[in-house]
Design a protein around this ligand. Structure first.
Ligand code: NAD
Ligand code: KPL
Length: 308
C-alpha cells in the first residue's frame, strides 16, 4: 500500500515506522522545505521500544503538501486544533477512492474534516497507544494499546478488510467498530472527567481518588449530556468506566497535564470545550462541567497557555 502521513509527530512517526517496516511505501507530508531539510539530516523515521532497548530507523521519504502525487491512504496524525487547516492543504490530492484515517483526540475536529471532504471516506480512530518523540521523527512506543477504527459517516459501507489486515500485519493493533461515535463519545466523557482535574490539581490520574464526590457529580452530568446527545450506549456505566480508567492509569500523567507541563497548547476545545458547547446547544443542566471548563481555562491562563 502507499501511505501518506500528515503530522509527523509521536503517533505519525509510530505508524510510519511500522508501515515502512512491512515494506509499504510511506511518504511524510512536512510543513515546509526547512522541515524537509531538517528531516533529511535525520537517519529516517526512528522507532524505539519503551525501554529504549531496540531502535530501528526506516528510510521514509518526505514531501510537501502541494506535491502533485494523488493520495490513496492518508493518516492525519496532527493535533485536533491543526486538523482542519492541515487537511485543507491536501484536499485537492484526495478523491472518491481515497481513504483518510483521523487520529485526533476528542470530538469536533473529525466532523470538521469530514465536512471538507464530502466525497472521501473518513475513518475516525480512537487510539489508546501511547507514544512520545525522543527526538524529531523518532517515536517511542511508551504504552501498548488498541486502535478502534470506524466510519464517521453513518451510511454503512463494507468493513475495509485490506486496511485492517495491513495495519494488524504491521503491528498496529486495529479493531473495527460499526459505531465509532459511541467509542469517541465514551472516551470524550472519560477525558472530560479526568484530564481537566489533573491539570487543575496538578496531579497524577490516581490522585483523583481523593475527589470521589466531584468525579461522581461530573459523571452524572456527562451521563445526562451523552443521553441528550443520543449517545446512551456511550453513557452506560460511565461512572464505573471512569473509576476503572483512574485505577488502571493511576501512575500516569494525563495527556492534557503532560501538555501543560511541557508548555504545549492543549486540546481543551475538543474535549471539555466540545462537551460544554454540546451541553449548551442541548440545554442540558451541567453546572459542574461548565465550572470545570472555566477553572481549566484559568489554570491554562496562569501558565501562559491558550484557553481554546
Ligand atoms: P504531535 O504533536 O506529536 O504531532 C503532531 C504533528 O503534526 C507535529 O509534528 C506537527 O508539526 C504536525 N502538523 C500539524 N499541522 C501540520 C501541517 N499543516 N502540516 C504538516 N505537519 C503538521 O501529536 P501526537 O502526540 O502524535 O498526537 C496526534 C493526535 O493523537 C492528538 O490529537 C493526540 O491527542 C492524539 N493521541 C496521541 C497519543 C500519544 O500517545 N501521542 C495517544 C492517543 C491519542
Ligand atoms: O486518555 C487519557 C489521557 O490522558 O488523555 C486517559 C489517561 C485515559 C485519561 O485521562
Amino acid at each position: 500500500m502507499i501511505w501518506h502521513i500528515l503530522g509527523a509527530g509521536s503517533l505519525g512517526c509510530l505508524w510510519a515506522a511500522r508501515l515502512a517496516a512491512q515494506q509499504h511505501t510511506v511518504q511524510l507530508i512536512l510543513r515546509n522545505t526547512e522541515t524537509i531539510a531538517g528531516y533529511q539530516q535525520a537517519p529516517g523515521v526512528g522507532l524505539s521500544d519503551a525501554q529504549h532497548q531496540h531502535t530501528v530507523y526506516y528510510p521514509v521519504s518526505a514531501q510537501l503538501a502541494d506535491d502533485p502525487q494523488p493520495i490513496k491512504h492518508l493518516l492525519l496524525a496532527c493535533k485536533a486544533y491543526d486538523a482542519e487547516a492541515a487537511i485543507a492543504q491536501v484536499t485537492q490530492r484526495l478523491n472518491s477512492d481515497s481513504l483518510v484515517i483521523l487520529l485526533q483526540n476528542g470530538l469536533g475536529s473529525q466532523q470538521a474534516v469530514q465536512k471538507r471532504l464530502p466525497n472521501t471516506r473518513c475513518i475516525a480512530a480512537s487510539s489508546t497507544e501511547g507514544a512520545y518523540l525522543a527526538a524529531p521523527f523518532h517515536s517511542v512506543l511508551a504504552g501498548q494499546g488498541q486502535v478502534i477504527l470506524g466510519d464517521l459517516d453513518t451510511n454503512a459501507r463494507p468493513q475495509p478488510q485490506q486496511l485492517l489486515e495491513t495495519c494488524n500485519a504491521a503491528g498496529i493493533p486495529c479493531l473495527w467498530s460499526a459505531d465509532i461515535a459511541t467509542q469517541l463519545w465514551r472516551k470524550l466523557a472519560i477525558n472530560c472527567a479526568i484530564n481537566p482535574l489533573t491539570v487543575i490539581y496538578n496531579c497524577l490520574n490516581g490522585e483523583l481518588r481523593n475527589y470521589p464526590e466531584l468525579i461522581n457529580t461530573l459523571c452524572d452530568e456527562l451521563h445526562s449530556l451523552l443521553c441528550g446527545a443520543g449517545q446512551s450506549e456511550a453513557a452506560q456505566a460511565l461512572q464505573e468506566h471512569v473509576w476503572a480508567v483512574i485505577d488502571k492509569t493511576a501512575a500516569n500523567s494525563s495527556s492534557m497535564r503532560q501538555d501543560v507541563l511541557n508548555q504545549r497548547r492543549t486540546e481543551i476545545s475538543y474535549i471539555i470545550g466540545f462537551a460544554c458547547t454540546q451541553s449548551r446547544a442541548l440545554s442540558c443542566h451541567t453546572p459542574t462541567l461548565h465550572a470545570l471548563h472555566t477553572q481549566l481555562q484559568d489554570a491554562l491562563l496562569a501558565q501562559g497557555l491558550p484557553t481554546v
